[in-house]
Design a protein around this ligand. Structure first.
Ligand SMILES: [Zn+2]
Length: 185
């Protein structure tokens, strides 16, 4: 007998899409951004990808979902994407959730939950508000371990780099010397 509350059954196509989203998250890490990636599918086809890059682009809205969403809407020449499904490695924030609802997405699948800013059930459930959302179905937990581990590894590496910088500032590590520079006229 099936238990009443199980994670949804994901298809091999879903897994393939999330694997692509994880590749995108790796790209974010390579440019020094928090590793979150997104992929937009329509009728079994990848139509857009995106990764988190607010620091690189000086754009606080450049979350993976928004980057992919802009590519998809431009490609389809439509501000509404009712046949599209988005796969993202981290639970969406309020900004991304509302953008996806404005675009009338059919389905959103995310991997890891975000207890700090996730609004698909963690902090609040915006997608579950019937006043806001009549369109977007949300499913969670696909490849959550891999996506969560990627984020943990990233933050561990960043903490380690910060520790090394602190040690260097405190003179615990030998550093080079600066030579004197005359004031320019
Ligand atoms: Zn977001």
């Amino acid at each position: 007998m099936q238990e009443p509350f199980t994670t949804p059954l994901f298809s091999p196509a879903d897994e393939q899409a999330m694997r692509l989203a994880l590749d995108q998250a790796h790209n974010a890490w390579l440019v020094g951004e928090v590793p979150v990636g997104a992929v937009i599918m329509r009728a079994g086809q990848v139509i857009a990808t995106g990764y988190n890059r607010p620091i690189t682009t000086h754009d606080p809205t450049a979350h993976a979902e928004i980057v992919a969403l802009r590519h998809a809407a431009t490609l389809l020449e439509n501000y509404r994407l009712p046949e599209c499904e988005l796969f993202v490695t981290l639970e969406p924030c309020a900004m991304c959730a509302m953008a996806l609802m404005h675009a009338r997405f059919k389905r959103v699948v995310f991997a890891a939950t975000d207890p700090k800013t996730g609004v698909a059930g963690s902090v609040i459930d915006l997608f579950g508000q019937p006043q806001l959302n009549h369109h977007t179905r949300v499913e969670r937990g696909l490849m959550a371990d891999a996506a969560g581990q990627l984020l943990r590894d990233f933050f561990a590496e960043r903490r380690e780099a910060a520790r090394a910088r602190r040690a260097e500032r405190q003179g615990l590590l030998p550093t080079g010397e600066a030579t004197h520079l005359d004031d320019l006229p």
